[in-house]
Design a protein around this ligand. Structure first.
Ligand code: NAG
Length: 311
């Protein structure tokens, strides 16, 4: 009976990033440009790797998948964040909010496991070079990618199930630009302390496990490279450095959030923007600018285009 009395929330109001009109227009322009660069950059990396036979190796297939995930991850929040900047009333439907939660956790969870997969690939390539082609064959590669997607999906579904059935009855202002679980949890009309801890543990365990595995594998790889510093080692080190930069960019802010004792709204917002707008753009940039093979393939592709336009 009591439930029938409660009004049901059909949409949430997003507080957005800031209140100043001028700043919002400036951010609108910046985010539009950054988002376009993210889309073009990531899809370019995917297309380059799929079309160039020289790049048909497990490392590049995994990289293509990473770029694809980055493209998806930024597409979940950035377009809405950007267009909302121009609106006075920023709303999101209940369904939209839940889909955002599902997708963000799906792609972010998948990306974390994919980073572990890439570390495993580098581990085999550098520490067991003679077995590389037999260990990392096409099937293994597809299996690893599949596992990343499945873990991402299971993680996202578990998060969604915990929050979907909550009673939302009154307050509906989310103080962010997207439906972030802790902020949505605050709006539920019941005590959500235990649930909040469960939800944090769910994300925390996945992130911590991935981070520790990554830390151990890259430390091991770097030690191996140092011990056998022959000709091949410097090339191995250079590809590894790109991987490590990406891992630091992904987990650095995350650790910062976890260790930061108090929650300051602007820090949270800044980090959320960093994850959704900046990180997905940096990954393709790091790989295309640092990787010789990718640079070569890009030049070849551009040359072909210039030639075909000249004819
Ligand atoms: C992801 O990896 C798989 C397995 O190697 C590959 O076949 C596929 O083309 C990749 N997907 C994308 C979008 O790059």
């Amino acid at each position: 009976m009591e439930e029938a009395n409660q009004s049901v929330v059909h949409e949430f109001i997003l507080q957005g990033l800031c209140n100043s009109k001028e700043l919002q227009i400036f951010l609108f322009l910046s985010f539009s440009i950054l988002y376009m660069m993210t889309v073009v950059g990531n899809l370019f990396v995917v297309l380059l790797i799929i079309t160039d036979p020289h790049l048909h190796s497990p490392m590049y297939f995994l990289l293509a998948n990473l770029s694809f995930v980055d493209f998806c991850l930024s597409s979940v929040t950035t377009p809405k964040l950007t267009t909302d900047l121009l609106k006075d009333k920023k709303t999101i439907s209940f369904g939209g909010c839940m889909s955002q939660i599902l997708c963000v956790h799906f792609f972010a969870g998948g990306e974390m496991v994919l980073l572990v997969t890439m570390a495993y690939d580098r581990y085999v390539a550098i520490c067991k070079p003679l077995h590389y082609s037999s260990v990392m064959d096409r099937q293994k590669c597809i299996l690893l990618v599949l596992i990343s997607w499945i873990i991402g999906f299971v993680h996202a579904m578990s998060q969604l199930f915990m929050i979907l059935e909550l009673p939302f009855c009154g307050p509906r202002v989310v103080d962010s630009f997207f439906c972030d679980i802790p902020l949505v949890l605050k709006l539920a009309c019941m005590d959500t302390n235990t649930l909040g801890m469960l939800i944090n543990a769910d994300s925390g365990i996945l992130a911590t496990t991935c981070f520790i595995v990554l830390l151990v594998s890259y430390t091991y790889i770097l030690l191996t490279v140092r011990l056998h510093s022959e000709s091949g080692a410097s090339k191995a080190l250079s590809t590894c450095t790109s991987h490590i930069i990406v891992v630091v960019l992904f987990f650095g802010p995350c650790i910062f959030i976890c260790l930061w004792p108090v929650s300051i709204t602007w820090v949270d917002k800044f980090l959320a923007v960093f994850y959704t707008v900046i990180t997905p753009l940096l990954n393709p940039a790091i790989y295309t600018l640092r990787n010789k093979d990718i640079k070569k393939a890009t030049k070849k592709l551009l040359n072909q285009h210039v030639k075909s336009m000249g004819q």
